[in-house]
Design a protein around this ligand. Structure first.
Ligand code: GLP
Length: 261
């Protein structure tokens, strides 16, 4: 696992957007796994700016969804499909033909989950999966004690995650669904490159457990330690509880430039 400490969210967004641009220059039809939440927004803004500047062509890129609420109509403004259309696809000039995601409104949710795992594999697998992290260490919507081998499936949100996400539902927790579909941790680990961005002091404990704690289902993001190519990008605040912060700074500062993340 590589840990990169950046001065702030904007620098993290730029670093990761450049890694995505480099991937797309090598593989124009790369399958990009995208996450929701506030944290990845600087990545999407930086990537859209590169597209506008003609620095990268994303016209053949494919976009895969990480997780979704169950029970919200697909066109609900806070369904993750709507959020990703607004925050990722439209700014990049992509239409929904480039998009893959599970159907959170399906009558048979488990069948929709299984179908999504199959579709990801048939699409050749995710090339680069962006991840945020919940305050409890969740990735996607894999809450603590999710199986580290889990596949895409339905999960029940913790009260903490519903409280955290109520800000997207007019601050009204009653509107936040209890159930979600999420790529499983085993599914996520199949992506070729995992890139987790965490910013702000509120993520410092979760980041420390992810990077320096044991691999344990109680902190789902710690599963990144099992991946051969995982990059954790953190700002100073999110890095503030890392005991090895100086070591991470030193190794990144002395890395050959051509190597990228
Ligand atoms: N399902 C999403 C996660 O993918 C995201 O990482 C997390 C953190 O969101 P934020 O980046 O807004 O803190 O929120 C939700 O639970």
């Amino acid at each position: 696992m590589e840990v990169v400490i950046v001065p702030g969210a904007e620098a993290g967004g730029e670093l990761i957007a450049e890694a995505m641009a480099q991937l797309l220059r090598r593989k124009p039809d790369a399958l990009l796994g995208v996450a929701t939440g506030s944290t990845p927004l600087p990545i999407y803004e930086a990537l859209a700016a590169k597209v506008d500047a003609g620095a990268v062509d994303v016209s053949r890129a494919r976009i895969a969804q990480l997780d979704e609420y169950v029970g919200l109509p697909t066109d609900h403004p806070e369904s993750y499909r709507s959020v990703l259309r607004r925050e990722v696809l439209e700014p990049l000039g992509l239409d929904m033909a480039a998009f893959m995601g599970p159907d959170g409104a399906a009558a048979d949710v488990q069948a929709a989950c299984t179908a999504y795992d199959k579709a990801l594999a048939e699409a050749g697998g995710v090339d680069l999966q962006l991840l945020g992290i919940g305050t409890d260490g969740h990735i996607g919507f894999n809450e603590p004690c999710s199986s580290l081998a889990s596949r895409t499936r339905i999960k029940t949100l913790t009260e903490q995650t519903r409280v955290d996400n109520a800000r997207f539902f007019e601050g009204d927790i009653a509107q936040v669904p209890h159930h979600v579909i999420t790529q499983g941790i085993g599914t996520i680990l199949e992506a070729r490159h995992l890139v987790l961005l965490a910013t702000g002091e509120g993520k410092a404990d979760a980041v420390a457990a992810t990077v320096e704690g044991p691999v344990a289902a109680v902190c789902p993001a710690s599963a990144l330690q099992l991946h051969p190519h995982a990059t954790v990008v953190v700002d100073e605040a999110a890095a503030s509880k890392l005991k090895l912060a100086d070591y991470f700074r030193h190794t990144y500062a002395n890395k050959p430039e051509w190597q990228g993340i």
